[in-house]
Design a protein around this ligand. Sequence first.
Ligand code: BG6
Length: 488
Amino acid sequence: MAHTFVIFGASGDLTNRKLIPALFQLSRKKRLPADTRIVGFSRTPFEDATWRTRLAESTAKWAGKDFDPPLWAAFAERIFYHAGDIRHPDDFDRLARLLDELEKDRNSTRIYYLATAPQFYEPAIEQLGRSGLALENTCRRRVIIEKPFGTDLATAKKLNAIVHAVFDERQVYRIDHYLGKETVQNLLVLRFANAIFEPLWNRNYIDHVQITVAEEVGVGTRAAYYDRAGVVRDMLQNHLLQLLMVTAMEAPVRYEADAIRDEKVKVLHAIRPMDAQQIHKNTFRGQYRGYLSHQGVAPGSRTATFAAVKFLVDNWRWQGVPFYLRSGKVMSCRTTQIVVQFREPPFMLFTDGPQGVTDSNRLVIQVQPAEGIQLHFETKVPDAGMKIRQTDLDFSYQREFRGAIPEAYERLLLDALEGDASLFARADEVEAAWSICDPILAEWQTSDRPELYIYEPGYWGPTECSQWMSAQGRDWFDTCPVLDGHHT
Ligand code: BG6
């Protein structure tokens, strides 16, 4: 069976930086079926050859030492370009003719990738429907839709309705690239391929969970987009809630897209809704000093670049166990980590033993960049009476497996090609995530509470956020990992 990837938004940054390098890597690793073609669609008028040359340059940059010119030359022969405007029906009719010509055998699974600016998703889907390009008369047709999927619940529902007027849900692949990260998939393996963690993975043994996505970079050239989005739309609604779902879900009945997503969605449904007062109490927001000086940011903008939220998950497993989620730009280091903080021992025999929850066992899942897992536990210091100290079992991907960790897009593109939607968000999942974020967005928009704290670049967000956590008898795990696998 042949495959054709049609990329809308072909001249854009995502295509250059992620999609083509990922497809090239798959081809280099011989995972891409040999008869896969790539067709780019965007307004810029290029010939096939010009586009191939431009992609060679960007791929060489992003694929680094894996870029091999002879391999690229063979790969590039399968790349084609079609200049067109998403708003012009004729351009889709011409695209349909080009695709028919390229796929002479008529037996090609087609994947339409929407890598355009989000305002073009709706017209692109409508045109795919109108031009017959979505019909599955002879072969499979799928659509991959990039984030952001809507800007709130209402827009996400509208977009889902437009998508479903043209495609069945089984044809739709909504991207959240965090699900393509090796370490996020490994969380499923850690939990469901081992017997020793699951019995402890509940309210009886866990005090709380912290999920942090800290970034060192600011908003850079994306300021105009970011100023309208803010951290809740950009990170919380998707990446952070995905990490929460995978951490908190029940074991699916089988490793299959709908079984997995059924369990994930149940977690979102179990998150306790918050009224205005609870939002004031359980959410925290900040903006980094210097944010207002970016070109594209509205004067006096109150967009949050940092958020921390305490969620409660009302089910048998998690009742009373807070999940603290936080994300921010311009923090002390780039780190994504999930910290499972266990309870204190019920009775402390040793006077020098752990005092309080902060000193108790902790499982730290380093999602990136120092991919690995550490289990912290108490150990007797030798030759020092009964002095006790916290030590680590420390697993690092780098030490164990060597080799670079693949980009999330490689896995996701291959899965879409093979028709496996396990690592993609389903319609109800995206809508449930918006239902959680909408009240926070509305309250932050209309009220001065919680206060918007200005934080200094290079730290862990507003210092007040650390006080907020301490007041609950807990501490943020503010630790920057180092790349050899040993955290500092
Ligand atoms: C994107 C956000 O979805 O994820 C960006 O729009 C963010 O603001 C990025 O920087 C983070 O992704 P990663 O893979 O670098 O952690």
